[in-house]
Write a protein that binds this ligand. Structure first.
Ligand code: ADP
Length: 155
């Protein structure tokens, strides 16, 4: 029997943006199952608790049985092993992301035998980051265009 292709999509997702949603939708045809791994450590000034981040993403993908959402606070390779995943999914916005992502991918291959699949983000999402969205919220700006609100299959 062929092994199911399972990927984890790790990140902080504080908050989950339309850029994250775009990567996840585009990766779905490539895998049997994608587990969104919400890292609990969101730095010093988190906007949302891990529970809130998980709940929001679950709601968006409630009608997509191939997507599940879990929080974790161990090493990504250990979380992937627990989940039975063979791949890590990441998005690349620009050369600024590149060197960091290359180093992390090399380490995850070395430590856990996990291949990282990276998708280039759509140009229209290249400037969207959770940190910019948090800053806009802090100054009372409307961020609805950056945050997915409708469930995955209704977009
Ligand atoms: P991390 O703190 O691990 O970078 P993030 O939640 O910021 O977690 O991002 C998770 C993943 O989503 C990363 O691979 C990141 O490069 C990617 N990503 C973030 N923003 C975008 C975007 N606007 N378009 C495409 N990919 C993105």
């Amino acid at each position: 029997m062929q092994q199911h292709k399972t990927a984890i999509f790790p990140g902080t997702f504080d908050p989950f943006t339309v850029g994250h949603a775009n990567i996840l939708s585009r990766a779905l045809p490539m895998f049997d199952r994608i587990i969104v791994g919400v890292g609990k450590n969101a730095g010093k000034h988190p906007l949302l608790s891990p529970e809130e981040r998980v709940a929001r993403i679950r709601q968006l993908y409630a009608d997509e049985p191939r997507v599940s959402v879990e929080s974790y606070d161990n090493l990504t390779v250990d979380f992937a092993r627990q989940m039975g995943a063979q791949y890590i999914l990441r998005g690349l916005r620009s050369v600024r992301d590149f060197e960091y992502e290359r180093d992390v991918a090399a380490m995850n291959l070395r430590l856990g035998g996990l291949e990282t699949i990276m998708l280039f983000c759509d140009a229209q999402y290249a400037s969207i980051s959770s940190s910019v969205v948090r800053e806009l919220i802090a100054y009372g700006h409307d961020v609805s265009e950056f945050i997915p609100s409708t469930p995955h299959n209704q977009r």
